[in-house]
Design a protein around this ligand. Structure first.
Ligand code: G3P
Length: 212
């Protein structure tokens, strides 16, 4: 399973790369705005830091605008993937850009039916949001299990990047469900690597060896 970093913070991304934990990066307009820049200023730096796919989200809402913006973003670097919100205009743009061999990712997926349409339109990736479904007392992981089952049944090549990941259990359950990737905020990477018994174990070994 691949681990993507859900961030537009270049420092965090570089840290994840150093840890060997950055198979790709997902950004969105909220994350880009948080860094005080825009796609044009921030995406090139991220593409330089991480060799994997870097998902850059369009702001246009009509198919023509999305296609135009997607073509421009694709020029930034070979590893840019155009991230497009689910919907009629988005799907039209995915079909057009994928016909030009520009990689796309459909975001804001909230059920398996939307995932089927995104794959049919030619998306290279989808980003189904688990945390926001859990917020509504729905089971985000159930959606992931359904999508993985359908994509496997029909040999869809679209990769599933689980998004809106809020805690370590989302990561483990996504792996068990067979998702291709999870995209995690850097804070969760730190939570994933820590365990109180690991810390206590290291302290005991050091104490026994007279190093503490
Ligand atoms: O990748 C999408 C993600 O950033 C959304 O997360 O926590 O705002 O639902 P969240």
């Amino acid at each position: 399973m691949q681990i993507f970093i859900d961030s537009a913070n270049v420092k965090e991304i570089k840290e994840a790369v150093e840890l060997g934990l950055c198979d790709g990066v997902t950004t969105n307009p909220s994350l880009i705005a948080k860094q005080g820049g825009d796609n044009k200023t921030i995406i090139p730096k991220i593409c330089e830091a991480c060799a994997g796919p870097v998902l850059a989200e369009v702001l246009s809402v009509d198919a023509e605008g999305i296609i135009r913006e997607g073509r421009e973003l694709a020029k930034i670097a070979d590893n840019v993937v155009i991230k497009i919100p689910m919907g009629k205009e988005g799907l039209k743009a995915v079909a057009a850009l994928s016909a030009e061999e520009i990689d796309t990712a459909v975001t804001l997926i909230f059920n398996a039916s939307q995932a089927i349409l995104a794959a049919k339109a030619g998306a290279s990736f989808i980003a189904p949001f688990v945390g926001r479904l859990d917020d509504l007392s729905l089971d985000g992981l159930d959606m992931i299990r359904e999508i993985v089952e359908i994509y496997t049944l029909y040999d869809f090549e679209t990769e599933v990047i689980v998004a809106s990941v809020r805690h370590p259990l989302h990561v483990k359950d996504s792996a068990l469900a067979g998702a291709d990737a999870v995209t995690v905020p850097y804070g969760i990477v730190e939570k994933l690597m820590n365990h109180p018994l690991t810390t206590a174990g290291i302290e005991k070994f050091l104490a026994d060896a007279g190093r503490k």
